[in-house]
Design a protein around this ligand. Structure first.
Ligand SMILES: Nc1ncnc2c1ncn2[C@@H]1O[C@H](COP(=O)(O)OP(=O)(O)OP(=O)(O)O)[C@@H](O)[C@H]1O
Ligand SMILES: [Mg+2]
Length: 238
């Protein structure tokens, strides 16, 4: 279980998140919100990349700051920005990320085989990541996020810039990951998350303005039949 307790994060005068409290159980959560709503900030706080100005983040009751390497070993994270490792081959990039996660040399070959097959990148594994298509880059990011059987997977816009077929492929791969773990996925496209999410989290200007299963959310907004309708009600006036 992951808990955010009264999280506030400011960048100088910009308040990116304001007093956000949230509990995540096993399952897939969709994080929605327009540009600048605070999605990446929330993900960076959850992964420990950023520290909150106030509030705490707890994994099974323990503050994540006290967990150190133990927390990194249960965490899988695919950040939003790309292009950091364009000169690495896919295999070298994955090996590097495995080392950061504390995956042993003995486990590495098996893990590489498993995750490359999962995202269907075996044939491209020895090419530089810089030569990959947008969809392939997203898939290698997902591959590194799932190495080492993480219990908490954070995917920041994993379908950004992808064609419709690739979007569906990524969505189905994320769905297949679900089980005894928490998966948090941000997106701007409701159809990427609507069929697979246990719950949707709606961020607006740094505040968590609503949260619930798609059906429960739709019932709260009069005349809303699906997540698209809910989205337009919550953000339509922006
Ligand atoms: N390093 C930073 N320095 C200053 N301001 C920042 C920084 N990172 C984010 N912000 C600001 O914080 C707010 C939230 O940004 P964030 O990146 O979390 O939004 P987002 O929901 O992920 O947006 P997008 O959909 O565009 O990815 C925005 O106003 C943004 O300009
Ligand atoms: Mg973002």
């Amino acid at each position: 279980m992951l808990e955010l307790c009264h999280i506030t994060k400011k960048y100088k005068e910009v308040t990116a998140l304001e007093n956000v409290s949230l509990t995540l159980q096993n399952g897939i959560y969709g994080l929605l919100g327009p540009n600048g709503a605070g999605k990446s900030t929330m993900m960076n706080l959850i992964t420990g990349t950023l520290r909150p100005d106030s509030g705490s983040i707890r994994w099974n009751g323990a503050d994540i700051r006290s967990l150190g390497a133990d927390y990194r070993s249960i965490l899988g994270y695919a950040p939003q920005q790309q292009g950091l490792y364009d000169t690495f081959t896919g295999r070298r990039f994955l090996s590097y990320m495995a080392a950061l996660k504390g995956i042993s040399k003995k486990e590495l070959p098996g893990e590489l085989t498993r995750v490359l097959a999962y995202v269907n990148l075996e044939a491209a594994a020895d090419r530089p990541v810089g030569t990959y298509s947008g969809g392939m880059k997203q898939r290698i990011l997902i591959a590194q996020a799932i190495m080492g059987a993480p219990k908490l997977i954070v995917l920041d816009e994993p379908t950004a810039g992808l064609d419709p077929k690739e979007r569906v492929r990524i969505r189905e791969r994320i769905k297949d990951l679900a089980g005894d773990k928490i998966i948090l996925v941000s997106t701007h496209v409701v159809s990427d998350i609507e069929p697979i999410a246990r719950e949707i989290l709606l961020l607006k200007s740094g505040r968590l303005v609503d949260q619930g299963a798609v059906s429960a959310l739709a019932a709260r907004y009069e005349g809303a039949k699906n997540l698209e309708d809910v989205y337009m009600r919550v953000y339509g006036s922006d």
